[in-house]
Write a protein that binds this ligand. Structure first.
Ligand SMILES: Cc1ncc(COP(=O)(O)O)c(C=O)c1O
Ligand SMILES: N[C@@H](CCSC[C@H](N)C(=O)O)C(=O)O
Length: 442
């Protein structure tokens, strides 16, 4: 009988990754919006512009700046040279006229939604990051805002709910964690047709500006959690906003200064440092994510990832993005089985968040999306057994080996001549783990 290493080895060998080509897309290297160089170059190309020609922008760790009225900086809540440097750099790579940075992604969304008034209507998705759903629910309950959740992959449903009363449309694409892809151009046009003053805001956290630029697709505002791909190392919380309209940018700045949620100088510096390696991290992460998505799909799992041809909005995704990112999800048919898989991985850390150099595994309904009550999760068809994988920059074979041993150990697969295959749904419920023909290594 085959032991786990042999079976896993066989399964890995059967997978031919050579020659794998990501689907065609607009070249990320093409300079746009007045940028001088290709995006990968612009990410690292910043002029610190300080008196000593420092190669890295200094951290202006100062709350106050001496001098009188009319000087550029007086108080870090209102502005700080390190933060300004980051904002200018971000505006360039987000294709925005102006970028602003807050203390977290949720801080950025709070700034954006503060332009809403009681009675205003927001149209948003039925699959959203749990914290976004929590803030919108709070605004609905306590702020007099009317929030419509709709399947944003269904244009007919979206058009039916849009009206002249729609003040804001809030989109995530791909969504977290169901990886649904939403038509940014189509929905932006429909929202503006319904109400020319409607603000279309797109959460770009799942792809980063390296792979998708919503402002170029008709959105009014792009925001994202800089905690994820932009910083890339699990060591800073940040939120970024990009906007073209000057009046809107001024309103956002007013909110940041008034509420004091601007990003601190040291965190601004950390984000600047992270952004420099965004292109290499993202290329490596999404190439591995693509290989792992294919690996799981080939072994019989239903995988959600926009790099797979089986993704229902595959074509749409590649018409608006330059890559599929590094987050994917799949179901097993059993909550207990999913729990055992998550607990059996060794390299994949059990953690919330994504977009960093380490690979992570989680069960969204227990973790990132636990704040959405179980009845709402059911209503919105968020599977309780869903597992989310966030692929890092580790060696791909090590990651696949780790997943394979976890699937085998958890009893999620049946060993076959050529490797293993996912258990059929009707057999998953009774599984208790380690039931396959597997012996532990000494
Ligand atoms: C899609 C998405 N948007 C926004 C956020 C909020 O970001 P932050 O944690 O930096 O506040 C998160 C994660 O937290 C997220 O996954
Ligand atoms: N306890 C946190 C959970 C953060 S989830 C972070 C990230 N967006 C993800 O999707 O993993 C909370 O309640 O907000």
């Amino acid at each position: 009988m085959a032991g786990p290493s042999e079976a896993v080895g066989k399964a890995l060998k059967s997978l031919d990754l050579d020659g794998h080509i990501l689907p065609p897309s607009p070249a990320p290297s093409t300079p746009t919006n007045g940028r001088k160089y290709a995006l990968a170059t612009e990410l690292v190309y910043t002029e610190a512009n300080d008196q000593y020609n420092a190669s890295s922008m200094p951290i202006y760790q100062s709350a106050t700046f001496k001098g009188g009225p009319g000087q550029e900086y007086d108080y870090t809540r209102s502005g700080n040279p390190t933060r300004t440097h980051l904002e200018r750099h971000l505006a360039k790579i987000m294709n925005a006229n102006r970028a602003l940075v807050a203390g977290s992604g949720m801080g950025a969304l709070d700034v954006i939604t503060r332009v809403l008034k009681p009675g205003d209507e927001v149209v948003t998705g039925d699959d959203l990051y749990g914290g976004t759903n929590r803030l919108l629910t709070y605004l609905k309950t306590n702020g007099g805002i009317i929030v419509h959740h709709v399947d944003t992959t269904n244009m007919t449903a979206v058009k039916e709910i849009l009206s002249e009363k729609t003040t804001m449309v809030l989109l995530e694409t791909p969504t977290n964690p169901l990886i649904k892809v939403v038509d940014i151009t189509g929905i932006s046009a429909a929202a503006h047709a319904a109400n020319p003053k409607a603000i279309v805001a797109v959460d770009n956290t799942m792809l980063s500006p390296y792979l998708q630029n919503p402002l170029d697709l008709g959105a009014d505002v792009v925001y994202e959690s800089g905690t994820k791909y932009l910083s890339g190392h699990h060591d800073v919380m940040a939120g970024v906003i990009g906007v073209n309209d000057t009046a809107l940018a001024d309103k956002f700045y007013f909110m940041i200064n008034s509420t004091g949620c601007g990003l601190a100088p040291f965190d601004s510096w950390l984000l600047l440092r992270g952004i420099k390696t965004l292109a290499v991290r993202m290329e490596k992460q999404q190439t591995s994510a693509n290989a792992i998505a294919e690996y799981l799909e080939e072994h019989g799992f239903k995988v959600r990832y926009p790099g797979l041809k089986s993704h229902p909005q595959y074509k749409l995704h590649w018409s608006q993005a330059r890559g599929a990112g590094a987050v994917l999800s799949f179901e097993t048919g059993s909550i207990a089985l999913s729990e055992r898989i998550v607990e059996s991985t060794k390299l994949f850390g059990i953690s919330v968040s994504f977009g960093c150099v380490n690979s992570l595994i989680s069960m969204p309904c227990r973790m990132s999306h636990a704040s959405i009550d179980p009845a709402t999760r059911k209503e919105r068809a968020l599977p309780e057994d869903i597992i989310r994988l966030c692929i890092g920059i580790e060696d791909l074979d090590d990651l696949k080996d780790d997943l394979a041993q976890a699937l085998v150990r958890a009893g999620a697969v049946r060993l076959t001549e050529s490797g293993f295959t996912a258990l059929p749904a009707e057999e998953t419920e009774g599984q208790t783990g380690l039931t396959t023909q597997v012996v532990d290594e000494p």
